[in-house]
Design a binder for this molecule. Structure first.
Ligand code: MN
Length: 343
C-alpha cells in the first residue's frame, strides 16, 4: 500500500482526481479476449486454456465483485500451411499471423476503454498482446511474472520455440539482433529495457542471462523473492517502474511462475516457484496502483494435468490471479453503496 499511495500521491490535485477517475474506470471494466493458440511451443492442450478459465466462473466472479465485464469471445486463427522452420525457429508464420490478429483485437478492446484480459494460449501471444496494448496507449511498463525470461532471440534460442522468445521482438534494444522473419514484419518494438521487470525467474538460459545483464533488466528471481519477501519485491517493482512517469502497466502472468505443487497443469513446470499467497499478492498489489491496463494469463494446459485435482487447482489459481487484478482483496471487499439491512 505504501508504494500505491506514493504512486497516486504526486502531481497536482487536478491530476490526482483525473487519475483516480481513470483508476476506477479501469478497475471496474474487464475486456476478455480468448486466444486458443498453442503453436509457440510443442505441446497440445494449451489452446484449451481460455474456455477452461471461463468455465471456472471467471465472468460471474468478476461481476460479483463489482467489475463490469465484456467477453469478446475467442479469436480464430487461420491455418498456415507449409510453416517450415526458419533456422531453428518453429511455426514462425503461424505465430506471426496469430499475434497480428491478437494485436488488433487488443487495440479494439483498449479503444472500448477496458482493461484487457488475454487468456492464452502459450506465451508467444505476449507479442501481439503487448504490441496491441502499446499501439493503443503509448509507452508501457511491463511486469513479467514467469519461471522463465522468454527473452531469447530467434538466433540465441536453444529450442526454437517461440514462447521462449516474445520479449526479444518487443524490446527496442534487441532489434539489431533479430532477423527478418515471415509474418513478423508488422511488429514494431515498443518496450524499453528500463520499463521491464521480471518476477519469479528460476530457469534462465545462459543466452538469456547474458541478454538480461547486457540490457540491465530489473529481475526479481525466486532468490530475491526469498531474500526480500514478495511485499518488498512489489514495492521495489512499482518504485522502479514509476521513477519518472507513471505509465500504464502490462502484466504478463505465466501460470508456471507459481509452484507446480499449486499449478501443475502447464507445459514447462519448474520446482521452487511462487506460493499461492505470493502469486496472489502480486496481483493485489498491482491492482491497487490503479495503473493496470492489460493482463495476460497464459500457459494453462489441461493435458499436462495428471489428476482432476491438478487441473482444478491450476485453473482456480488462474481465476484467483485475475480476480486479484480487478481489486479482490483477501481482507474482503464491499461495494461503495452497501448499507446494512435495518429491522
Ligand atoms: Mn512464459
Amino acid at each position: 500500500m505504501r508504494s500505491a499511495r506514493r504512486l497516486l500521491g504526486t502531481g497536482s490535485l487536478h491530476h490526482l482526481h483525473l487519475h483516480l477517475h481513470l483508476h476506477q474506470l479501469h478497475q471496474r471494466s474487464a475486456g476478455i479476449i480468448g486466444a486458443p493458440f498453442s503453436k509457440g511451443q510443442p505441446r497440445d492442450g494449451v489452446d484449451r486454456g481460455p474456455d477452461l478459465i471461463r468455465a471456472a466462473g471467471l465472468l460471474d466472479k468478476l461481476q460479483g465483485q463489482g467489475c463490469a465485464v465484456k467477453d469478446y469471445g475467442n479469436l480464430q486463427f487461420e491455418e498456415v500451411v507449409d510453416d517450415e522452420p526458419v533456422g531453428r525457429v518453429k511455426r514462425v508464420r503461424a505465430v506471426g499471423s496469430a499475434n497480428q490478429r491478437l494485436s488488433e483485437a487488443v487495440q479494439a478492446v483498449k479503444r472500448d476503454g477496458h482493461t484487457t484480459v488475454m487468456l492464452g494460449g502459450d506465451h508467444s501471444l505476449a507479442i501481439g498482446s503487448i504490441h496491441g496494448h502499446s499501439m493503443a496507449v503509448g509507452e508501457l511498463s511491463v511486469v513479467w511474472v514467469d519461471a522463465h525470461a522468454d527473452i531469447n532471440t530467434p538466433l540465441s534460442s536453444p529450442t526454437g520455440n517461440l514462447h521462449g522468445q516474445p520479449m526479444s521482438y518487443l524490446l527496442h534494444e534487441l532489434q539489431s539482433k533479430v532477423p527478418v522473419l515471415p509474418n513478423f514484419s508488422w511488429i514494431k518494438p515498443c518496450v524499453r529495457a528500463k520499463d521491464l521487470v521480471y518476477i519469479g525467474l528460476r530457469d534462465v538460459d545462459p543466452e538469456e542471462h547474458y541478454i538480461l545483464k547486457l540490457l540491465g533488466v530489473k529481475v526479481f528471481s525466486m532468490s530475491e523473492v526469498d531474500q526480500l519477501g514478495v511485499s518488498r519485491v512489489m514495492e521495489e517493482t512499482c518504485d522502479y517502474l514509476s521513477d519518472k512517469v507513471k505509465k500504464p502497466i502490462h502484466l504478463s502472468y505465466d501460470i508456471d511462475a507459481v509452484d507446480p505443487s499449486v499449478t501443475p497443469a502447464t507445459g514447462t513446470p519448474v520446482p521452487g516457484g511462487l506460493t499461492y499467497r505470493e502469486a496472489v499478492f502480486i496481483t493485489e498489489h498491482l491492482s491497487q496502483t490503479g495503473l493496470l491496463s492489460a493482463v495476460d494469463l497464459v500457459e494453462v494446459n489441461p493435458l499436462r494435468a495428471r489428476t482432476e485435482q491438478d487441473l482444478r487447482s491450476t485453473v482456480s489459481t488462474a481465476v484467483d490471479l485475475l480476480l486479484g487484478c480487478f481489486g479482490r482483496l483477501r481482507q474482503g471487499n464491499h461495494s461503495a453503496g452497501y448499507r446494512l439491512p435495518e429491522p
